[in-house]
Each structure stands twice: as C-alpha cells, then as structure tokens.
Design a protein around this ligand. Structure first.
Ligand code: DMJ
Length: 673
C-alpha cells in the first residue's frame, strides 16, 4: 500500500497487495519449499476437478509406463554389468601384463546332439573329444572329424558293417572317424596287485572291473576299424566252418584239430574284448561256458596250451572280470601240472590232460628251452589269483635251475634241455629264433611282472643281450641292415627267422623300463630290418626265414630267400615290435609300416568266403599258393597288435600296468609303475 506522507518525504513507494498467509507459510522456510507445497495443493485441487474417467485414463497410463520402466531397467542393467565387468577384466589384464591385451577366449558352441540313435545302441556314441594322444611323447594328434552323413549309425552292427563295406570297396578315406568301443577302457589293472605270498590266501580280484564305469570310452580310428573288419572277416570263416575247433581251414571250409580245445576261439577272446566286438565275445563266452571241457583223453603241448589257453583265459578274466574264465584257467592249470613231475623238475613237453600223465616227445627225453622257460608269466599269475603257490613254485624252479646251468655262451642258451639230467643238450648252437626265442623274452617280462625285484632274471637278460651283440649281430649289404644271425659250433650263419622279430619290441620294452639306452638304439635298427623283410619281398609279406647278404653283389638285395623258407604263417612278431616301437617313440612311420603289412595280408592271404590263410610263396604275387590254414595266433596276436599299433591311446593296455605273454595275452604287472 502507498501513503501520501511517505511520498512527500522520499522516493516514491511502490504499492503492495496484501495477502493473508496461513500458519504453514508463515514459518517462512524458504521460497522453493513454499512454492512446492503450493504446487502440490493446486495439483490436488486440479485432480479433484477431473472426471472419474479422466482420472482412470491417467492412472492407467502411469501404471503402463511404470511396467515398461521396470523391464527396460532389468535388461539394461545386465548389459551394463557385462560392459562394466569386461572393462574391469581388460583393466585387470592390462595391469597384470602392461601393454598386452589378451585374445578373447574362444567361445565354444553348445554341444550338438550326435545323429545317432543311442537308444538302439547305448554303448556307441560318436565324436567324443579324443584324449590327447601320446601326451608323454608328443606325436601329432589324430584329427577327429564329424561323422559323414552316410555313416549315420543306428546300431553297433551297422557301424562295423558300414565300415566293412567301405574298406572292402577300398574307399577308406584318410580322415579319422571315431567310434566308441563298448569295452571303453576296461583295462585298468588292479592298483593293488601284489606278488603272491608263500601261503595260500584268498583269491585276488580281477584287475579291471572297478575302473570300468569311471573311464571315458575310447575313440577308435579308421585303421583300427580296418583291423576290426579284418578280424570279423576271419571270425566269420571260423564261425561258419570251424566253430569250436582248433583251427580254420578256410579254403576247404573245414577245420583242423590239434588239441581239440577250440584253440582259435580261446586265443581270440581278449582280442574281441579289446576290439570291442561284444556280440562275438558273448557268443564265444557261451561256448566256453557250455562246451569247453578239459576232461579229455588228449595229449597237449605244455607250452602251447599254457601260452594260448591258460594265458588267454587269464587275460580275458582280467579284462572282463568274469569268473568263468578264472575257473577254466584253474582247471587247465591243474591239469597241466603233471608235466613237472620229472626227475629234474624240467617239465615234459606233453601232458594228457584227461589222464593226468605227462611225457616227452617219442623220439627224445629232451624239452625245448624256449618251451620250458616261457610258461612262467601264466603260472605265476595263476598262483597270484588263486593263492595257491604250487603253480609259481613249479615254474620258478625251472628258471632258478636254468640260471645256474653251464653250457651258455655269454648268456646265450642252447635249444634243448634234458628232462632227466636237467642239463642243456645239443650244445654249441645259438639262435634267437625257434626253440630259444621266448626264453629271452620271458627273462625280461617276468622281471617286469614281479615288480623289477628278481635280480637273477635281469642279470640273465642283460648278459644275454650282450651275448647277442657279441656273437650274433651283423650288417647286411647293400643297405647295411643290422640283423641277428645264428652261431653253430663257432660258425656264423646269416640266417634269421621271422620269429626273431619279437626282439626289437622286447628291447624297447626293457629300455622303457630303465635298462640300457643302447637297447633302444638296437631296437630301432632291428625293427627296420624286420620291416625290410617284408618290403623287399614281392608280396610285401615276410617269409618264415631269410638269409642276409654279407657281401655286396650287383642286383642283389639284402634279403635272400630259400625255396623251403618262403612261406608265411600270418605270424605276429614284426607287428608286435612295431606296436612297442610306436608306443615308446610316437614315430608314425611304425604305424605306416604296419598299415602296409595289413594291406598285404588282405591282398594275398584273405579268403573271400571268410578267414585268412597261410601261404607257401611270398615271392609270387600272382599265385602265393594258399596253404588252407589260419593259425590261432593270427586272431590272438597279429590282429590284436595291429589294433594296438594303430591306437593313440596309451591306456589301451597300458604297458606300465600290463605285460603281454608271448601269445599277446596281457597280464597285470603285480606292482604297476
Ligand atoms: C606264437 O604262438 C607265439 O608268439 C610264440 O611265442 C611263437 N610262435 C607263435 C607266433 O609266431
């Protein structure tokens, strides 16, 4: 308000509108608060003035906006969090390694379902990531590719059949395919394997059963599939024409009998297990359960029935955990024991397993040195499993006796030993071939089996290898191949049996177990020679015996073959050594050599109607002269070693846990490395 007296006395005054304030505003807490309160009140007044419909519309709009807000906040929050984390990670990395930005970790796609009906065949699945092969040795990895669409597999039967067709048609591609074998890796020996004590005790458990469920199945590759195909072809012949008999005669579609004990079937049991041939294995098991009878009036050879039958049953027991095989092993083991009842305790060569009598061959009272010294792994293991020491005692006595014998030449043994006197006979002839071969092999392998404690065995082995170097090693011309010849009464002969080709593998096994490194060098040289025994021959298959040229002659190869020696019995020794060499070196050339050999077996010894046959002439590719006989060791050894050679899984019969008998039946090492 403006008054006349004030105007007359000073500057003109402004007029004011007087407003009466209520108590709230009178406290005078600041213009902002006052105006907010005023706005709130006037908004409320306006809200009250709206119609009900208008209010509902506004409320609905508010609610809608609120929901949208919440949703977008959540997703933005996640995005923000990851951005923040990423930048934090980047910051951290840069703090740890200044100036270095790490590549982003690879993003793995979600696992795809394999195109396989697992319901039909639960044991099989495709494309499991392969175990890193040879982690200890570092050969290049197998590349496991996705299965081809035309290889969709519904059952395990289909699997093998599909592959059979592929291989048969020679359409095998170089790519690696993987199929999981049903046995998985049921080959872990019992970690608690212990040497047998001197007292009878509770039987040991099989080595593998517990590990069965814990291990990843093992993928197999193209070459292994080709071995499976070969095995199944051989098995077909045996099944069709020789079921339950000793050997298949694939051309005449019949069989031959040696002991009348289903030799091929028993020899092949653990091979089927290792190859994953479940149906075939089950069928063979039934035969063992129902038809294998040892109570027969029949003479069997102690050595052959020990390595093939006793060895085969024991290893199958370990792999499968099926007590049927142990029972059968005990039965045959007991029936073979009369062989040891001789004046010298050096066993007779032959036993009548039904009558319980034993005798030497008709023409002599001698036994073969290799035969009486290559039954130990099996009988020792039988003692460990049964707790009955008599088996081990009998065979240990033979080794102890041979250890003390005179007549050796720098550790090299003659080929015969007399069962009455216990002395070597036919002195002066030394070979690593027939009649002596596995003596050397079993010195080393018993030492390994028993946990490397039995020093006499090791001494005899080391001395013998020195003897080989001193007396039997020579080099051929023109290729300067190192070979193991023979000595007869001081005269060197450049003759080498294919049987000697076990030696590179044995030497490599010794070197792997800590023996002299030069043993490995010798093994490398000798396996090259054994390979050349195949490669220099017209069919690419080795004869039974070769003679090496010691002097270079124009147009002559290193290897000469005499007409009487040019047969091939489908023997395993070279493939066996290739397996050891590959396991210990990882050098793929050994696999390639084995692959060549398998292809040549397929080319020259395969009988179309089923089975493989020994041949008479490895030098005539157009007519190798089939012999009409498939030896049991072709399934027991040759194909098994092939399959193992092509594997990159060192746990597929781990050589620090198992030792192979001379018929390729794996037995557990008592104190595994
Ligand atoms: C097999 O019975 C065994 O390998 C034995 O040691 C030697 N002979 C045959 C294989 O060639």
């Amino acid at each position: 308000m403006y008054s006349g007296a004030a105007a007359a006395a000073g500057p003109p005054r402004r007029d004011f509108i007087s407003v009466t304030l209520g108590p709230e505003e009178a406290v005078g807490v600041g213009g902002y608060n006052n105006s907010k309160a005023w706005r709130r009140r006037s908004c409320w007044r306006k809200w009250k003035q709206l119609s009900r419909l208008q209010r509902s519309v506004i409320l609905f709009l508010f609610a809608f906006l609120a929901v949208c807000g919440v949703i977008s906040y959540t997703s933005m929050g996640e995005a923000w969090k990851s951005i923040t984390n990423k930048s934090l990670d980047e910051q951290r990395t840069e703090q740890e390694i200044p100036g270095l930005k790490l590549a982003k970790p690879a993003v793995l796609p979600a696992p795809q379902k394999a195109d396989v009906n697992h319901g039909d065949y639960p044991e099989l699945s495709l494309q499991k990531p392969p175990k890193p092969p040879h982690v200890h040795r570092g050969p290049s990895n197998l590349q496991i590719k996705a299965p081809r669409r035309d290889m969709r597999l519904k059952t395990r039967h289909d699997t093998v059949r599909a592959v059979e067709e592929l291989v048969e048609a020679d359409k095998v591609e170089k790519t690696e395919k993987s199929i999981i074998s049903w046995r998985g890796a049921v080959i872990e020996p019992d970690q608690s394997t212990e040497p047998p004590s001197s007292k009878i005790k509770e039987p040991e458990k099989p080595s593998s059963v517990e590990a069965e469920d814990q291990k990843e199945p093992v993928p197999i590759n193209e070459r292994q599939l080709a071995v499976i195909e070969a095995f199944r072809h051989a098995w077909k012949g045996y099944k069709d024409f020789a079921w339950g008999h000793d050997e298949l005669k694939p051309l005449s579609k019949s069989y031959s009998e040696w002991f009348g004990l289903g030799l091929t079937l028993i020899d092949a049991l653990d091979t089927m297990w290792i190859l994953g041939l479940k149906e075939e294995f089950e069928e063979a098991r039934k035969w063992v359960a129902n038809d294998l009878v040892f109570d027969k009036n029949v003479d069997v050879n102690l050595f052959e029935s020990t390595i093939r039958i006793l060895g085969g049953l024991l290893s199958t027991y370990h792999l499968s955990g099926d007590s049927l095989f142990l029972e059968k092993a005990k039965d045959i083991g007991n029936r073979l024991m009369p062989a040891f009842k001789t004046p010298s305790k050096i066993p007779y060569s032959d036993v009548n397993i039904g009558r319980g009598t034993a005798h030497p061959p008709r023409w002599t009272s001698d036994s073969t040195v290799a035969e009486v010294t290559s039954i130990q792994l099996e009988f020792r293991e039988l003692s460990r499993l049964t707790g009955d020491e008599k088996f081990q005692k009998a065979v240990d006595e033979v080794m102890k006796h041979v250890h003390t014998l005179s007549g050796k030449n720098d550790g090299l043994v003659p080929m015969f030993i007399n069962t009455n006197s216990g002395q070597f006979t036919h002195l002066g002839v030394y070979t690593l071939g027939a009649r002596a071969d596995s003596y050397y092999e079993y010195l080393l392998k018993q030492w390994i089996q028993g946990g490397k404690k039995e020093n006499e065995l090791l001494e005899d082995y080391m001395r013998a290898i020195e003897g080989v170097k001193k007396h039997l090693l020579q080099r051929s011309e023109p290729k300067k191949l190192t070979f193991v010849g023979e000595v007869a009464h001081g005269h060197f002969s450049a003759k080498m049996d294919h049987l000697v080709c076990f030696l590179p593998g044995t030497l490599a096994l010794g070197a792997h177990n800590g023996l002299a490194a030069d043993h490995m060098k010798l093994a490398e040289a000798l396996i090259e020679t054994c390979y050349q025994m195949y490669a220099q021959v017209e069919t690419g298959l080795s004869p039974e015996i070769v003679h090496f040229n010691l002097h270079a002659q124009k147009g002559h190869k290193d290897v000469e073959i005499k007409p009487a020696d040019r047969h091939n019995l489908l023997r395993p020794e070279t493939v066996e050594s290739l397996f050891y060499m590959y396991r210990f070196t990882g050098d793929k050339k050994y696999q390639d050599w084995g692959w060549e050999i398998l292809q040549n077996f397929n080319r020259y010894t395969r009988v179309p109607t089923g089975g493989y046959t020994s041949i008479n002439n490895v030098q005539n590719p157009s007519n190798p002269e089939p012999r009409d006989k498939m030896e049991s060791f072709f399934l027991g050894e040759t194909l098994k070693y092939m399959f193992l050679l092509f594997s990159d899984d060192i746990d597929l019969i781990n050589l620090d846990k198992y030792v192979f008998n001379t018929e390729a039946h794996p037995l557990p090492i008592w104190v595994p490395a």
